[in-house]
Design a protein around this ligand. Sequence first.
Ligand SMILES: NC(=O)c1ccc[n+]([C@@H]2O[C@H](COP(=O)([O-])OP(=O)(O)OC[C@H]3O[C@@H](n4cnc5c(N)ncnc54)[C@H](O)[C@@H]3O)[C@@H](O)[C@H]2O)c1
Length: 350
Amino acid sequence: MTASGDGQTKTTVAAEHLRAVTERVFGARGVSTADARFVTDVLVEANLRGHDSHGVVRVPKWVIGLESGAINARCAPRVIRETANAALVDGDRGLGPVVAKVATALVAEKARGAGIAMVSVRRASHIAMLQYYPEVLAAQGLIGVVMSNTEPGVAPYGGIDKVLGTNPLSIGVPGRSGPIVLDMSTSHVARGKIVAARNRDEQIPEGWAIDDQGRPTRDPAAALLGALLPVAGAKGFGLSIMVDLLAGALSGGAVTKAVRGTFRMDEEATKGDLFLAIDPGAVADPEAFLDRVEDLKADVRASRTAPGVARIYLPGEPEMECRSNRLEEGIPIETDLLHELETLAAEAAA
Ligand SMILES: NC(=O)c1ccc[n+]([C@@H]2O[C@H](COP(=O)([O-])OP(=O)(O)OC[C@H]3O[C@@H](n4cnc5c(N)ncnc54)[C@H](O)[C@@H]3O)[C@@H](O)[C@H]2O)c1
């Protein structure tokens, strides 16, 4: 057990312990062994990569969804509309990662045949850390794009009400020395980072959020009552709008204030997801494309660094650095959360 800087006691655990406990929690609530293992992998990978706000901290909420019946433990996702290179998947109210796994496999299969493919998903809950899925596609030599719309918490550019979600977007491109994977919410920061600042009794930087009267605030408590701001002003706002439409509206799901399924888990999900896959070989010489990817990495890394900056990272590299550290040193997790997970797993065994 270690003291942490965010006002909560933390314990460092091996990824394998977290996996074993989390799999038991899901398995005990009717989720098949294979699905429990996959959902656990997505969540523990988020912890390994430093995205703790999208890791096992989600488990107690997802348990609420499973126990209330809002989430279907034994979902059977099915294709309800299909062409040679497109499909609409009904997630049957399943756990988001279980449905996302089906969508990822389907979009890969279609892209290999057609060069480019899209799969829209509706009626699936939160898919957690998006980068997991484009990375699966990149490992097969495909470019992957995944986006999701989420419950409202972000003000429109120039507005002050919570209208948009944090609406994340991830793009993965294969490379010989590993993929380049961008994975970002379209808000300035994830809500979890403001909660962490409040727990540490720290001010947040200006520009992250506004209070409930629309005034810029550095007080995390006031920010949580107010709204998050889009990243990069009007540009992040524009991206968020497009994610809401391409993930939400296109799948037949909800947009803006009617979106459910990412925060409150006792209601059926109305959010949507979009999965795109591109086979570089459809338009380019695949080897030449991979050469350019490596050229880009080398050129970016060769830039002189700004004062105080030790090295330049490509998108996805900070996560991979954190992953190798946490595999070696363990994952720091709030002690209370670990106990809660162990209790939920033990209830299973009883
Ligand atoms: N499923 C959902 O509904 C949902 C909603 C919101 C966010 N999320 C997830 O939350 C996670 C966190 O999102 P975020 O916006 O806080 O991410 P972030 O701000 O930590 O990172 C955003 C991107 O910037 C890159 N990056 C960060 N620091 C860098 C540096 N120094 N140099 C180069 N690149 C750098 C990262 O690799 C990443 O691709 C993501 O995995 C996202 O998918 C999921």
